[in-house]
Design a protein around this ligand. Sequence first.
Ligand code: PMP
Length: 292
Amino acid sequence: FDMRDGSLWFDGKLIPWKDAKVHVLTHGLHYASCVFEGERMYSGRIYKLKEHTERLFESARILGIKIPYAIDEINKACMEACEVQGYTDAYVRPVVWRGSEMMAVSAQKTKTHVAVATWSWPSYFDPETKMKGIRLDISQWKRPAPDTAPTAAKAAGLYMICTMSKHAAEDKGYTDALMLDYRGYVAEATGANIVFVQDGVLHTPKPDCFLDGITRRSVEALARIRQLKVVERHIKPEEMAGFSEAFLCGTAAEVTPVAEIGPYTFKPGEISRMLLTDYLADVQREKSVVEL
Ligand code: PMP
């Protein structure tokens, strides 16, 4: 992956992909002083670019990292990183990390670096295959409390337990894992939010200790246009027995129906199909906030 051809945006310039290196004594690598975003470009526009860039700045602010660029410069960097690769449809990964100027828990003298890489990452499945639904394991790892970790940030360190949960799930033949939170309520999957359906109402966990996904907010808005009620609340795992449909929402996952979560089964149905279709239409419709 790191020896690909092409270019990416690195500390203010477009440089060859292969030259985008960091030193092994990078603070972000040792101590996870790193925040990032995940975006998708559709037909030449990055969907919700403004929201993603704002979240990147907010994640950095929460970790006490000052991004040495303006919001507009990062928006532009995301667009240029797609453009230089000739992409009109791509996954976009901005990343911010503390450098190698000193090596200690304290990072007062480190520089903050920013890069944006883009690559081709088509939807995993076509909508009909998606409608079969994926299977999720229930993770042994819990999302931490907001006074234990900076849970509102999209911070690299929070993904350690996501990778461990995902690997444990894959080793058992599942596609992904559902994580509960520190209180035992349903939280999210390892890289996407979860939404349930019961009697035409959407139920989704209140994002008070995990990532408040931009995709889920978009899907909630689309559901309201369809006159569907959306309830954000604490959901106990045993309540999953009473839900008819379930789906994941995330930039990479888009809307992905779920057929199984541990012992609970769901039947991907009309509401999942409608919101999957509405979402795929919405991503094509959105106007760009950045003109090159
Ligand atoms: N939760 C986690 C842990 C994620 O990594 C993601 C993907 N960024 C999401 C939720 C969904 O967020 P979004 O819709 O903003 O991509």
